[in-house]
Design a protein around this ligand. Structure first.
Ligand code: SF4
Length: 410
């Protein structure tokens, strides 16, 4: 959206300057993110009471009526329409315009012609959108529509463009990238796609976004293990470490399956970062269920956990399940898992002290130090010039301080 606005002559200004127009690209994954979006709209109007607010994204897609009546909102457009944002901005209307089509009917995705990612050292390429899994707590299938994939040619072209702009690392993103390619005219898999990217682009580092456990095939693991380009970093949504909770979530695997999968990952890629998503306090999660989940997760060879206390999402089946768990209990369970994850990350990270690693340098300096991210997703701090931002450099970790590895630049 930013690239298309700038190419049409719009100037991007800092939020606090009180812009003439503010575009709020909303998230609706929880009630809390809805509230944050409404808050942002109010803040935009406080900074400039003549400001025209355009709202788009998943909240706009799922509940446009809730946004339409907010002061200052002049346009609400859906996720499909936001790709043609400029077309809707030209109309000067008196009342709030709402343009939100039925996203479940959309069959294709089109990659926008991106060449930059302002302020980012990595570039993101959305290879897929949507989901057909309908997990019982998740609104995404309604907000993003059915699973659909960009064509390999479009993806290769976009990656080559970003590589030519100087990006050292490309991240493949989507909602359900493990299902990539099943809907294409000539069906293909994620494994086929990453092999083509490695063979046909000049990308230096390729990172894969989150992959569902049932879609992480042995073939793909072999490709990652033998690749020069694909980062040894897997992000896998576990969501619950107890079979009864998994069933209530409508997830389609068991803890036994998941445990065996991680054993295979660790055996084929010994230095891989393995990051899992977990939800605590899902409706009906008893003390016993959480304890069994905690014990199961503590035995997994993971390196990081993203833990989310369950948040009721209206419009999903789980929102009306009995046995809703209080926020305090969900948060306390999340805290225990985060502590476990911190210990696991520490044990993993210190294995790399005195080993030479390649990092992509992020922008900005914190407490006089640069931050780089290794292929296997270790955060590494070191002294160096800010001019290194976005570049690939080699470092040697020498110590563990303040929850991260500290290194010398080689
Ligand atoms: S697979 Fe992921 S995106 Fe799809 S419904 Fe389940 S949680 Fe949501």
């Amino acid at each position: 959206m930013q690239e298309s606005l700038q190419s049409a002559g719009y100037q991007v200004v800092p939020f606090d300057e009180g812009a003439d127009m503010v575009i709020v690209n909303t998230c609706t994954v929880t009630n809390a993110t809805d509230a944050q979006s409404r808050n942002l709209i109010r803040r935009a109007r406080k900074l400039n009471d003549a400001c025209r607010v355009v709202v788009t994204g998943c909240y706009a897609q799922v509940d446009p009526e809730a946004l339409q009546g907010l002061p200052g909102v002049s346009l609400v457009i859906g996720n499909e329409e936001k790709q043609r944002l400029l077309d809707y901005l030209t109309e000067d209307q008196e009342t709030t315009a709402v343009v939100v089509s039925d996203i479940r009917k959309v069959e294709k995705i089109c990659l926008p012609p991106l060449t930059t990612f302002s302020g980012r050292s990595r570039a993101f390429v959305q290879i897929q959108n949507g989901c057909d899994a309908f997990c019982s707590y998740c609104i995404i299938p309604y907000a993003r529509g059915a699973s659909r994939s960009a064509t390999p040619d479009e993806i290769l072209q976009q990656i080559n463009g970003l590589v030519a702009s100087g990006f050292q690392e490309i991240v493949l993103t989507g909602i359900h990238i493990g299902g990539y390619g099943a809907d294409l005219e000539t069906a293909m898999t994620l494994n086929d796609l990453v092999r083509r990217i490695e063979a046909e682009t000049g990308v230096h580092r390729l990172r894969l976004g989150s992959i569902e456990p049932t879609e992480l095939t042995d073939e793909l693991l072999e490709t990652i293990a033998s690749s020069r380009v694909i980062c040894p970093h897997l992000h896998i949504p576990l969501q619950a470490g107890n079979d009864h909770v998994l069933q209530r979530m409508k997830r389609t695997y068991s803890t036994e399956f998941f445990g065996h999968l991680l054993e295979r990952v660790r055996a084929s890629i010994p230095d891989a970062a393995i990051c899992l998503d977990v939800i605590t306090g899902f409706p009906g999660e008893s003390e016993e269920e959480f304890e069994s989940a905690f014990n199961f997760i503590s035995c997994l060879p993971l390196t990081a956990l993203h833990v989310f206390p369950y948040s009721k999402r209206p419009g999903t089946p789980a929102a009306s399940y009995p046995g809703q768990v209080t926020g305090d209990v969900s948060k306390a369970r999340a805290e225990r898992l985060r502590q476990l994850a911190a210990d696991k990350y520490h044990s993993f990270a210190i294995r790399f002290i005195d080993e030479e690693l390649e990092v992509v340098v992020e922008s900005g300096v914190k407490e006089g130090l640069l931050k780089g991210v290794s292929r296997n997703y270790l955060d590494i701090r070191f002294s160096g010039s800010e001019a290194l931002s976005g570049q690939c450099v080699r470092v040697k970790p020498v110590s563990w301080q303040d929850h991260s590895l500290h290194a010398t630049l080689l």
